[in-house]
Design a protein around this ligand. Structure first.
Ligand SMILES: C[S@@+](CC[C@H](N)C(=O)[O-])C[C@H]1O[C@@H](n2cnc3c(N)ncnc32)[C@H](O)[C@@H]1O
Length: 199
């Protein structure tokens, strides 16, 4: 799918994500993983800033997203939080950052959308400095067989309407990369993946 078509899909969802900040069903999980971000933080696919309420005050945040409408909402919201925030409109699959630039890389609910998630992980490996942390809270394939079957059926529609795959096994994708999972949790019938990862 052409990028412009994907960007439009996410632009259309920006108001929903803006309203949900702090009251999304995923917030209790965000509250457990996001406070572990430290130092220079890169958040990919930052959306409308759904993780802002959970960051510590002393981080230095760079947020990237290819949707201008999501970034507009994030920019307004960022003014309410004390940490320093830089927001950049770029494609995560194309942007270049220096090697070892970040102490923490955060990705929440964005791996469903990438054309090539394996290459995004290779980018994380390059951008995260040794000793740094990669924190992921993603959705994908369920551990419940019935639900997994239903999500497989739904996948083409979800991709067409939302720009979002429903059946990726995020743990497997990370496990097959050069990164190391140090802690893993699955919630919500296994659809929600929480991964603490090191390079
Ligand atoms: C489902 S939303 C999640 C937003 C936010 N991470 C959250 O947890 O609330 C996915 C976000 O990833 C962004 N995104 C998807 N693919 C992208 C890409 N290749 N480059 C940059 N942003 C991307 C979308 O624009 C959207 O804002």
């Amino acid at each position: 799918m052409k990028n412009q078509a994907m960007i439009k899909k996410f632009d259309r969802q920006s108001k929903t994500y803006d309203k949900r900040r702090g009251s999304d069903p995923t917030d209790k999980y965000r509250a457990r993983i996001i406070p572990e971000a430290w130092g220079k933080v890169l958040e990919v696919g930052i959306g409308a800033g759904g993780n802002f309420p959970y960051y510590n005050d002393d981080i230095e945040l760079t947020g990237v997203d290819f949707s201008p409408e999501m970034l507009k909402a994030a920019r307004t919201a960022a003014a309410d939080y004390p940490f320093e925030t830089t927001l950049v409109e770029v494609d995560v699959e194309e942007v270049q950052f220096e090697e070892d630039s970040f102490d923490t890389i955060v990705s929440t609910l964005s791996f469903c959308a990438y054309r090539d998630p394996e290459s995004v992980l290779a980018r994380f490996r390059k951008w995260c400095r040794p000793g740094g942390t990669i924190l992921m809270m993603e959705h994908g394939e369920s551990t419940n067989r019935l639900l997994a079957g239903a999500l497989n059926v739904l996948d083409p529609v979800s991709m067409k309407v939302l720009g979002c795959h429903q059946n990726r096994n995020i743990s497997d994708i990370v496990r097959h990369s050069d990164l190391k999972i140090t802690k893993e949790e699955r919630h919500l019938a296994g659809c929600l993946y929480m991964l603490w990862v090191k390079i």
